[in-house]
Design a protein around this ligand. Sequence first.
Ligand code: CO
Ligand code: ZN
Length: 333
Amino acid sequence: MKQLLKTLTETFSPSGYEDEIRKVITKEVKALADEVRVDALGNLIVRKKPSIGSKDARRIMIAAHMDEIGVMVTHVDENGFVRFTSIGGVYSRTLVGGHVRFANGISGVIGLEPTNAPNEIPPISKMFIDVGAISKKTCPVKTGDVASFERTFLDLGDRVVAKSMDDRIGCLVAIEALRALKSTPHDVYFVFTTQEEVGTHGAQTSAFGINPDLGFSIDVTGWGDTPGQRDFDVALGKGPAIKIRDGGMLSDARIVDWMIRTAEKAKLPYQREVLLGGTTDARAMQLVHGGVPVGCISIPCRYVHTPSEMVDFNDVKNSVKLIVSMLSNPVSI
Ligand code: CO
Ligand code: ZN
């Protein structure tokens, strides 16, 4: 599982450019699914049909986003320095001294204009990417090219660190749940979505297309267990977090209840999550057609939206177990 996570997180796929990660995931899920297709926005839709003779099958959609935050070139100056803007929630304080990699394999380092306030965090507009070019003419990247953070996977034992743990860890949980799910009474759609980081776009169209009876997303959430963190009751290693609300959504109370009852019955650790900022694909899923009851299973993650996002592998394994238990039994919602 860790080897697959390393591959998933080291794959290049900022929002809107999910081809590479979709190939990696397709290879993993093809033999496990009854149906695999790609929709117009690039969402990878992986269906597991209900076992023969099962009554009361519900159509359940589970979303994990494939895309990651990154940067996009706004222009290249005469001397070959690359100016850029963000794709998704990129914080300038995480950029200085970092590396990025473009789709064509070109890497660059992030440099900074001189400043009179060296202790202040400069805005992205004062930064540039140096790809080693000496002129605009010879610069190997151009306006509109996209790059992602470049950082190798780090295995610290129970804790693992990588770029794009948001949300490749959710993709891993979905893949492993599909692998472990021998049969289900439900019509299950695992959807590996596109463009979450720029506004949950892939989840919106795929949920509309699938028209599920109910569903949930699998995504990272924040953490409350490092020095100075406040007002967030989620820690690494204490189990999957069952989302009750976030900055964009109130989970459906019946879905929350289903998750908690299942966790307790299976004797799995879990945490109750109330996140004040941020949201997930579930927000978009909730609002299609006449509305869909949804929730979210969150993997606690430190340093979200930096190039070094950390999760606890026990939370990952327990998230897989929770989802398999949920999908193995009838649902009364
Ligand atoms: Co994110
Ligand atoms: Zn995410």
